[in-house]
Design a protein. Structure first.
Length: 456
């Protein structure tokens, strides 16, 4: 198996420095939290987060927080927001997730990821203090991620924070935050085991991010049920609600983006996929709202979308001399959007390499990406804690009569995917964890002797 990108990454803190955890020790410390089940009974997960902020002397009211929730497009929206802030020279921190390759991808200040030194230093501090915390075994992964983010932002004196929520609102440990702006991207069925089995329940859970300090709500979803529910909650909130297509909207023709809201923006643009117009429109709405709270944003600042990197989102990469599409679509809405893009770009005979995670509606996901003359190569999720029984996945493909093959070993499945060269358009999707796995193999310059033998 060959990958076109090769480089060797320098290992930092390989031997450690005194009591400072080295990089491997730091990441191993964080990984232990993956397997923990967060206790959300009676909002216990929020009590733990509040105690942790108190324990580390963090005061979230010292930050201006833009909190982004939704089912689709959160990461892209956060990326666009950050890019426009950079164009306007406005200092800010970003928390996002999950990461594809390294933990540091989750934490950035002014477009630069946290340094390995700062990362190890903060993880060491967390490990030392939690060692004496009586409820340490009740701390979950998202608790630690949120803690790490705000300790880093405080260290660098950051005021404005763009924070991407995890799976929900009320169900997320970050729901102790009191954002000045609450942002909703598109909402669909996802994480129903936590959020509820209806769009209304899911929206209500996510709407918990709207707090007493929230001045504005950017309601950037088009799902009618979600909009109706959010409008029903608006009367009881102090915030001003702005709904996409009502209070702000955009058009996109001949690579010209035209936005109308409180202000008017006209920008030359090039989106990697049509659905990114919605995410960028929401990002521009956030800029207007930041203007309202006295952040000096100019709609006339130069903007080049070519500078915006959206890893794993309609991303073309070269592997073994072939152009392969990477897209981290991981719910039915995102897979349906990907399907439309595949049809729009007239990609012939698509060959899919896919993985599915637990707590997903596999049947709806597969139906969303079902295409004529497509073939599907399925592997387990690289994230072991989120794997599901292969019989569940296979039964869906059987019932839908879709051609597929299943590989229990991910690398063997990848070999199968790469060695098929019968004029098929190759697409890797279904899971951001799978995209991360592929990028790791790219980074390593991974070559498998078995693959070379089979293809020679």
């Amino acid at each position: 198996m060959c990958f076109s990108v090769k480089y060797v990454e320098k290992q930092v803190f390989q031997k450690g420095h005194g009591s400072l955890l080295n990089y491997i020790e730091s990441t191993n410390y964080l990984k232990q939290f993956y397997s923990r089940t967060t206790n959300r009974t009676a909002n216990h997960h929020l009590s733990i987060m509040e105690e942790l902020f108190h324990l580390f002397h963090l005061n979230e009211s010292q930050f201006d927080i833009v909190q982004v929730t939704g089912s689709c497009g959160k990461g892209s929206t956060v990326t666009y927001i950050s890019h426009i802030l950079l164009q306007n020279n406005i200092s800010h921190g970003v928390f996002t997730g999950p990461h594809l390759l390294r933990y540091e991808e989750r934490f950035a200040v002014n477009g630069s990821l946290i340094s390995s030194h700062d990362f190890c230093e903060i993880v060491t501090t967390i490990a030392q203090i939690l060692k004496n915390y009586p409820k340490e075994n009740e701390v979950g992964h998202m608790h630690v991620m949120t803690l790490l983010a705000f300790l880093y932002f405080r260290k660098l004196g950051i005021k404005l924070v763009i924070f991407e929520n995890g799976s929900g609102g009320l169900s997320d440990p970050s729901n102790i935050l009191n954002p000045v702006i609450a942002v909703f991207t598109e909402i669909t069925f996802d994480h129903t085991h936590l959020l509820g089995n209806s769009i209304e329940e899911i929206t209500r859970n996510k709407a918990a991010i709207i707090k007493n300090r929230t001045k504005y709500v950017a309601a950037g979803m088009r799902n009618k049920k979600a909009r109706t529910l959010l409008k029903s909650l608006a009367a009881a909130k102090n915030a001003s609600f702005r709904f996409i297509d009502e209070h702000y909207k955009s058009t996109y023709k001949k690579q010209l983006f035209h936005y109308r809201g409180f202000t008017e923006w006209i920008l030359p643009m090039s989106f990697p996929a049509e659905y990114q117009q919605q995410n960028f429109t929401n990002a521009v709405c956030v800029m207007e709202l930041l203007q309202k709270i006295r952040y000096p944003i100019s709609q006339y600042s130069p903007f080049n979308t070519g500078d915006v990197l959206l890893p794993g989102r309609m991303e073309w990469t070269e592997i073994c001399g072939e152009e392969i599409l990477l897209d981290g679509a991981h719910n039915e809405y995102e897979l349906a959007s990907l399907k439309r893009e595949i049809e729009k770009q007239n990609l012939k005979n698509p060959l899919f390499f896919m993985a599915f995670s637990s707590n997903k509606d596999i049947e709806k996901m597969v139906k969303s990406i079902a295409l004529k003359e497509a073939f599907y190569i399925i592997v387990p999720s690289p994230f072991h804690e989120r794997r599901i029984n292969h019989k569940v996945v296979e039964s869906v493909f059987h019932s839908l009569q879709l051609p597929y093959t299943y590989h229990e070993n991910i690398e063997r499945g990848l070999q199968d995917f790469l060695r098929r060269n019968n004029n098929q358009s190759k697409v890797i999707t279904g899971s951001l964890y799978l995209i991360g796995f592929i990028k790791q193999k790219q980074k390593e310059g991974f070559i498998n002797d078995t693959y070379n033998t089979e293809t020679s």
